[in-house]
Design a protein around this ligand. Structure first.
Ligand code: URA
Length: 432
């Protein structure tokens, strides 16, 4: 005889710290997706999970339930010129100025690996990859599964929106977590990310787990636990999965926003760009190429030769974009100046992300339009000497009224000191 489903009993069990049984997890996730479990019941369960945690077995079941709520894509039979194509993907837990997907996808694809990047739009202070790419005239994010497959076979690189039938339970749960203070939980973040990545059908995956003020995980220990949880989920599902722990206490590169980040990505693809963006792009590319069976490749070669840029141009054109069209420029810019002399010892990633968001680069509600031109660029990084009166930031916006709020958000964002700051790698650890 099957046990009657009792959502309140499941909530109370987790509230008391019990380990949920597989059928309880399945019934809650499937019931919430179908509408038979009420949002207030799921909210209560989510908060109990935030406070009590989950075992690895519970997380695996929760992830499987979310995968089974939708379709699973299959790219095992991709071919080009009679050869089977390996697939590799990257996922970042999100950070300020994190534009790595833009140069990384065509760089890895330029070596003959198919990169099916299903990306999202931004919410809050972290930008969305699709919002950035939409600043390119004509480029469109929505592809059918058939168009995606064709582009993977012909170009190798695709960055597009996930279709509604991929892990719909996660889509619904994420929206609820966003308004109930239940985002920051290792079991919930790990299952949310991995359900989408496993359903997407990539054979290998590298995770970029961010640590610091601009990230969900504020400490290396938490980031490591998140990374280990996700690597285990991926490996158990047959996806070759590794993770890098990377520093997000200061924003990445020299820009945060939409068109400004595309511009910086083009610098990387042209063989230049900020050292930290280049370091991370190459490290993640090495992970992806190794997982795809190319451990001896030096990815910096295709930045030098232009092969990665050629692949970028083909990828943008395949999705309706004009790679030669000038990127939009803001109607207004405003400089924030240093008020004292000193060495930059820190820059608050969260404050920079909030400034970009206040300038119009991000949204407060799902579905809201964002401004392509909005963003922040900075002219000094950790370790640089600055003098009073020197520009620290340039704010970019089409709406002049937004400048004062963004300036206020940046007040105190740059820490000045007198001691020398040693050059540090962004890469803090690796999990495999
Ligand atoms: N990104 C996701 O896809 N899910 C989370 O829960 C957090 C970040």
């Amino acid at each position: 005889m099957t046990e009657a489903f009792d959502p309140v009993g499941v909530i109370l069990a987790k509230k008391d710290g019990a380990v949920l049984r597989p059928h309880q997890i399945r019934q809650m996730v499937a019931g919430y997706t179908a509408g038979s479990v009420a949002p207030e019941q799921m909210s209560a369960l989510l908060m109990a999970i935030v406070l009590r945690g989950m075992t690895r077995a519970e997380i695996a079941e929760w992830t499987a339930a979310m995968i089974d709520s939708g379709i699973r894509m299959d790219f095992t039979d991709l071919r080009r010129g009679g050869h089977k194509l390996a697939t590799a993907d990257k996922h970042s837990t999100g950070g300020v100025g994190d534009k790595i997907t833009l140069p990384l996808t065509p760089l890895v694809a330029s070596y003959g690996v198919a990169v099916p990047q299903l990306s999202g739009r931004g919410l809050g202070h972290t930008g969305g990859t699709l919002d950035k790419l939409e600043s390119i005239p004509g480029w469109r994010a929505d592809l059918t599964a058939e168009q995606m497959r064709r582009q993977l076979e012909e170009v190798g690189a695709v960055v597009c929106a996930a279709t509604a039938d991929l892990a719909p339970a996660d889509r619904k749960l994420y929206a609820l977590r966003d308004v109930t203070g239940t985002v920051a939980s290792i079991p919930l973040i790990a299952s949310s990310i991995m359900s989408k990545k496993i359903a997407e059908g990539t054979a290998s995956l590298v995770l970029d787990v961010k640590v610091g003020s601009g990230a969900f995980m504020k400490t290396v220990d938490d980031a490591r636990e998140l990374a280990e949880t996700m690597v285990e989920l991926g490996t158990d599902a047959g996806v070759v999965t590794t993770a890098l722990l990377t520093d997000m206490s200061t924003p990445l590169g020299r820009s945060a926003g939409n068109a400004v980040e595309v511009r910086e990505s083009l610098e990387i693809l042209a063989g230049g760009g900020p050292a930290d963006v280049r370091e991370l792009t190459l490290a993640l590319a090495r992970e992806m190429l190794t997982a795809a069976g190319l451990p001896d490749v030096d990815p910096s070669e295709h930045l030098r030769s232009g092969a990665a840029m050629d692949c970028w141009r083909a990828m943008i054109a395949a999705q309706g974009g004009d790679p030669d069209a000038p990127l939009p420029r803001p109607r207004h810019t405003h400089q924030v100046l240093a008020t004292a002399d000193g060495t930059v010892t820190g820059m608050d990633a969260l404050a920079v992300g909030q400034a970009a968001w206040l300038l119009g680069a991000g949204r407060t509600r799902p579905g809201e339009a964002v401004s392509s031109t909005a963003g922040v660029t900075w002219h000094a990084d950790r370790g640089d000497r600055v003098s009073a009166g020197q520009p620290l930031f340039t704010l970019h916006t089409d709406d002049e009224a937004r400048i004062s709020g963004a300036t206020a958000a940046l007040d105190g964002a740059v820490e000045l000191g007198e001691s020398a700051v040693p050059a540090e790698s962004r890469i803090l650890g690796r999990v495999s």
